[in-house]
Ligand binder design. Structure first.
Ligand code: SF4
Length: 377
């Protein structure tokens, strides 16, 4: 049930992705990279689960130093997530097999430099270190110029951004790259990836539904997107992004392989037409930026505490850090994001305040009750 894919084949060290190669399954360490012991444990857990590639996020010089040590201690294929500091590529590329940059983050540093020059720098680093690249686009962090061009149309904005960045990288003579276009809504993921694949059928695609949240809903959202895309021959590598206790992260790999196996064998799960009705909880999978390990517990508590509101069409977003939290919660009715000692709470675009980990659930419930009371009956 997965038709032959027509993308070109790229190489991530000895792993082929695209074309006739098997669909590669990857994941990401959820721990702070500088916490060497915890991150080494993540790599062991994901390797044991059969990950083809493991991504590590790097934000700082301490993270770079940790990555060098992690590289020395594992044979796993590693990919690095540059977050906002694209310049770090130069120092981390020697330790990894693939570098991911987000076009929506390039404007944060060195504002005087053009996007072309920044991408040329990244391509040069990838060539010098024999790394693959991922152009990783996320609907939660759209590059400002595309947001301005398509203010009310996320799909057109992110597809145009993906196509332009492919043209930029092609123009620099580099073809060893994949593209990902992710969102927390599987319907947007299906739409955007279908449009991108129609425009660039040659470019290998990395699939994912970001911030899908906790199982089972997070798995169902991912399955909805992957069934629709893989069955059309779209998708060469994938990541299942779930909010799980750190020691259970191997589950992301197992679920990825189960989904591929089911789709290959024509086992599609039907989803009731009202699946998207009612309360929607979005939660990030955690990464090196997570500010307090209580984040996973918090996400689970939010799900449990809000179960009484399941009939209401509301979205609650729970994010692990202050860097991406404010932006990634923009479209939610209620948004929470973690700091080291406090959890920030937002109602729509209005800040409600920062509350201790012990107090946040009570504040969230008060806001949720007020939203429900204000809705027309
Ligand atoms: S919201 Fe922050 S902690 Fe969560 S995955 Fe994104 S960057 Fe990592």
């Amino acid at each position: 049930m997965i038709p032959p894919r027509k993308t070109r084949t790229i190489r991530i060290r000895d792993l082929e992705v695209g074309g006739a190669a098997p669909i590669a399954v990857q994941s990401m360490a959820a721990t702070r990279t500088r916490d060497l012991e915890a991150t080494a444990r993540q790599i062991r857990i994901l390797s044991a689960a059969g990950a083809d590639l493991i991504r590590i996020a790097v934000d700082s010089k301490e993270d770079v130093a940790a990555l060098a040590k992690l590289r020395a201690a594992t044979d796993a294929r590693l990919s690095v997530d540059l977050q906002e500091n694209y310049r770090l590529a130069e120092t981390v590329a020697p330790f990894v097999d693939k570098v991911r940059y987000n076009p929506g983050h390039l404007h944060h540093h060195e504002k005087h430099k053009s996007v072309h020059d920044k991408v040329a720098f990244l391509v040069g680093v990838a060539q010098k270190n024999d790394c693959a690249l991922r152009i990783g686009i996320n609907a939660g962090s759209i590059a400002p110029e595309y947001d301005a061009r398509f203010p009310d149309d996320h799909v057109s904005a992110i597809v145009a951004c993906a196509i332009d960045h492919c043209a930029l990288v092609d123009g620099l003579g580099f073809t060893n790259y994949v593209v990902s276009i992710k969102d927390s809504d599987p319907r947007l993921v299906i739409d955007a990836n279908t449009k991108f694949a129609a425009e660039r059928p040659d470019v290998p695609i990395h699939l994912g539904v970001t911030e899908a949240g906790m199982p089972p809903e997070g798995i169902i959202k991912t399955r909805i997107a992957f069934e629709q895309l893989l069955s059309r021959g779209i998708g060469d590598t994938l990541r299942v992004s779930l909010t799980l206790p750190f020691d259970d992260k191997g589950r992301e790999i197992e679920v990825g392989r189960e989904l591929i196996h089911d789709i290959e064998n024509g086992r599609f799960r039907s989803v009731p037409p009202n699946f998207f009705d009612g309360l929607n909880i979005i939660a990030c999978p955690s990464c090196s930026r997570v500010e307090n390990e209580r984040f996973i517990e918090l996400a689970e508590d939010v799900k449990r505490m809000t179960a009484y509101a399941k009939e209401h069409d509301l979205t609650i977003a729970v994010m692990g850090c202050r860097v991406n939290g404010p932006g990634e919660t923009d479209d939610a009715d209620l948004g929470l994001w973690c700091g080291p000692n406090f959890v920030n709470l937002k109602r729509g675009e209005a800040d409600v305040g920062a509350f201790s980990y012990d107090d946040i659930l009570g504040k969230l419930k008060a806001e949720l009750d007020a939203l429900i009371a204000a809705r027309p009956r």
